[in-house]
Design a protein around this ligand. Structure first.
Ligand code: FES
Ligand code: MG
Length: 594
């Protein structure tokens, strides 16, 4: 089945309106002259060649994306060889591990900035350089809004990390080391060494965290050339695909193939299916929903359960499995996963991609090169590995990633003979990440193995950008008793590198009056995973009384804004279930008409 993007009538390049507009010689002169002052010639700029932007996300502040500083040279070579002219420009940095209070505060800021650049400058097409978690959605959201021809280029993950001869993956190694440190099994020096060992080369996180998830999904959506989502940053192939990407964007401009031709409802359904097979991050629904909303495709949180829940886990990568991103690439990457899903009829094969071929043509028949790393259905790691959507009087929706549930968790909560899918516990409630960190080890809280840890005030408004904190650790005194995890629930997010059994992204958040705001320490809470329900076990009358009391007190208290952007974003941001987009931005669709 082939469904190549329809060949369209070649439209006038939009850059001509700046550089070669005979009706406005004065404006043309103004636009033109300053682009000459570093050596471009008038002949080049008026030659009718496509002008291609390279949206540069790499910098010293963004180590995950820093390989793009070098890779952009190969992109330029490709653009030039295919008959285009490259103009590179910076994107607002978003480094997951460097930005306080949280990098996700800046996804929408980078989005806004990039929309302005793509709309307001003489660009006919753009190469979106991506890598670290939020850089992929930010760039794709902007390309969706503006809808000029665009192609995604990942910078690639880091090589495998090793510590003491064992694989040691980004983020995941730190979550493990902090437990060992808390139990007194390793010292500060060992802790820091493990952190360094998990980051052995240039590139983004080498676990299947949010970065590898979003880079893989951008390929599965058809926005990246085959292989682009997984080639490690230092590999030869990374420079080579950068060159091919540069060539390809010129072709996309010549054929007028835009994000709206690729990012269809079917493409998003493919991404949901692939995400389950990858053991992808719980941040994926937020970012994929945001991209869908900006391109104008309807996608609900329920779609994740409907299309993704029963898909098995095929990729054996940390945190759900054992291996790391270098192994994933060597085993065949996205191609091997999609091919296996195609063989089971789970992929819309006719979806077009930036390669010029359909997703079926790109991947059908590709085989896993390492059957332990990328599995077949027959050897799947977990049978139903998608996200379970949960609702009740605590929130309208939240998700739980089933692929990371530990044996311990399954035994305690899923294999209970009385009622296989329900568990009850007593709530311990934290108001925001600072409160949690301050009191988690305080014995007065009396956290036991029957406690359920709640964090609220961690959503997009409660904690500007939504804190990545729901994967709360158990207190040290429980760790010492051998209890390593407790159920966690919250209106924030959790790191894609965490294997915590959490119910997260709860919407609406406490800060806008969600049910979590009414919860008190010691409340009995019942979670029925089978039915997808989470409820505080108190009467409706008591719930109502608490609502009245909260309203009287002026509502759930949130911390002061620290920056202008925090205040602006809090005023216009949507909930996690809605992609955490800027509400007024969604109505701007396909704004670059030509
Ligand atoms: Fe940048 Fe994980 S911190 S990809
Ligand atoms: Mg993260």
């Amino acid at each position: 089945m082939s469904n190549k993007p329809k060949s369209k009538k070649k439209t006038e390049l939009r850059s001509r309106a700046w550089f070669d507009n005979p009706d406005h010689p004065d404006m043309t002169a103004l636009y033109l002259e300053r682009y000459l002052n570093y050596g471009l010639t008038r002949e080049e700029l008026q030659s009718g060649k496509p002008i291609i932007g390279i949206a540069q996300t790499g910098s010293d502040l963004s180590p995950c994306n820093r390989p793009h500083i070098e890779l952009a040279k190969r992109v330029r070579d490709g653009i030039r060889d295919a008959g285009g002219i490259a103009l590179e420009f910076p994107v607002h940095p978003i480094q997951e591990t460097g930005k306080r209070p949280t990098a996700s505060l800046d996804r929408n800021l980078a989005y806004l900035g990039l929309v302005e650049v793509l709309y307001g400058y003489p660009l006919d097409g753009v190469v979106l350089t991506v890598g670290c978690d939020k850089t992929t959605p930010a760039c794709m959201m902007a390309a969706a809004t503006v809808d000029i021809p665009a192609i995604v280029l990942s910078g690639g993950p880091m090589l495998n990390g090793y510590s003491g001869g064992r694989l040691c993956g980004s983020g995941t190694a730190i979550w493990e080391a902090r437990e060992l440190h808390a139990k007194g099994e390793i010292n500060y020096e060992d802790f820091m060494k493990r952190a360094a060992d998990s980051a052995p080369s240039a590139g983004y996180c080498n676990t299947m965290g949010t970065a590898s998830t979003m880079n893989s999904l951008s390929e599965a959506l058809g926005m990246q050339l085959p292989g682009g989502g997984s080639i490690p940053a230092p590999y030869r192939e990374r420079g080579q695909i950068s060159y091919e990407t540069g060539r390809r964007i010129v072709e996309l401009v010549n054929k007028d193939i835009r994000p709206s031709d690729i990012l269809t409802r079917e493409a998003f359904e493919n991404a949901i299916v692939v995400n389950s097979a990858l053991g992808g991050s719980t941040n994926a629904p937020i970012h994929i929903t945001a991209i869908a909303r900006h391109i104008g495709v309807e996608l609900d949180i329920e779609d994740w359960e409907k299309h993704g829940l029963d898909v098995p886990l095929l990729v054996n990568l940390q945190p759900a499995g054992e291996y790391l991103a270098e192994d994933f690439h060597r085993a065949g990457g996205v191609a091997a996963v999609v091919s296996e899903l195609i063989s089971k009829g789970l992929i819309h094969e006719s979806c077009p991609t930036v390669s010029g071929k359909s997703i079926g043509e790109n991947y059908r028949g590709k085989k896993s090169e390492n059957p332990d790393v990328i599995r077949t259905f027959d050897s799947a790691l977990v049978l139903a590995a998608g996200f379970k959507v949960i609702s009740g009087n605590l929130f309208d929706s939240a998700i739980m990633k089933l692929s990371v549930l530990s044996e311990e968790f399954r035994d305690r909560y899923l294999n209970n003979p009385e009622d296989p899918d329900a568990f009850e516990g007593d709530a311990i409630v934290f108001d925001g990440p600072e409160h949690y960190r301050e009191v988690i080890d305080d014995p007065a809280l009396n956290i036991t193995e029957n406690s359920i840890l709640f964090i609220r005030g961690a959503g997009p408004i409660g904690y500007p950008g939504a804190a990545e904190v729901v994967n709360m650790r158990v207190p040290d005194y429980l760790l010492k008793q051998g209890i390593t995890s407790l159920a966690c629930i919250g209106d924030g997010r959790q790191s894609g590198t965490s294997g915590s059994p959490s119910i997260l992204n709860a919407s609406p958040e406490a800060a806008v009056g969600g049910g979590l705001a009414l919860l008190k320490n010691g409340d009995r809470v019942r979670i029925d995973l089978k039915k997808g329900k989470a409820n505080i076990l108190i009467s409706d009358a008591e719930l109502k009384a608490r609502q009245v009391e909260l309203a009287k007190s002026g509502g759930y208290k949130i911390p002061e804004h620290q920056t202008p952007w925090q205040e602006i974003q809090r005023g216009i941001i949507d909930q996690l279930s809605e992609g955490m987009v800027l509400k007024p931005a969604v109505k701007y669709q396909r704004i670059a008409k030509s």
